[in-house]
Design a protein. Structure first.
Length: 217
């Protein structure tokens, strides 16, 4: 019985290691409240950026709580209370504008890796695409964001994965869109290194060897 318990223990460890190594990305597209968004699996206990502390104006780059927002070259983003309380916003928000300098792509760079992020999304009239990248700039997952038009139902979108280092939001710069209550979960695991994968493989082989010895005994 003791040997069987040990074998079961090793099997459990092996399955756990394998599950961690194979963990994949997930998308988030739902309607909720600011409180409900912080309860989404993968975002519980996340850091929330509500843009309320930002001086209203236009920005070519903006860093808040270790997250840097940057429009594509030569373009701008706006932070103010335009249409506050509507279009899934709750106060000041980040948005583009009816302006030739409005962004077509917004890059979101995390100071480290994050295991998930999301935000309230409003006023879109065309499809925008949200894409997450790992630390080697490999695309992990993407999501075609819902067309929300004048919805104020709490449209919240995001991506969950332990190795997110950056993301892009891409669409049509003539489409006035809003981002509010941007939240992220610091402390992702990052991109698995070859050495880490080798260690995982060695660990699994070692467990198999121990199991064989126990069976012989």
């Amino acid at each position: 019985m003791c040997k069987r318990k040990v074998l079961c223990l090793f099997a459990g460890v092996a399955i756990t290691l394998l599950a961690v190594s194979l963990a994949g990305a997930a998308t988030v597209s739902t309607q909720t409240t600011p409180f409900g968004a912080t309860q989404i699996p993968g975002l519980v206990g996340s850091t929330v950026i509500d843009f309320e502390s930002v001086t209203p104006g236009t920005y070519s780059t903006l860093t808040l709580s270790g997250v840097t927002f940057t429009p594509d070259d030569g373009n701008l983003m706006w932070v103010d209370s335009a249409y506050a309380g509507g279009y899934n916003t709750f106060g000041q928000s980040l948005h583009n504008n009816y302006d030739p300098e409005s962004f077509n792509t917004l890059t979101i760079q995390f100071s480290g890796t994050t295991s998930g992020f999301g935000f309230f999304w409003g006023a879109s009239n065309v499809t925008w695409t949200l894409t997450a990248y790992d630390s080697l700039n490999n695309a992990i997952e993407s999501l075609a964001l819902p067309i929300t038009t004048d919805s104020d139902a709490g449209d919240f979108v995001g991506l969950i994965d332990p190795g997110i280092a950056s993301a892009t939001l891409s669409g049509d710069g003539t489409d006035y869109v809003f981002i509010d209550n941007f939240e992220f979960q610091p402390g992702g695991t990052g991109t698995p290194e070859p050495g880490g994968l080798l260690l995982l493989g060695s660990g699994l082989l070692g467990l198999a060897g121990v199991a064989r010895k126990l069976r012989k005994a």
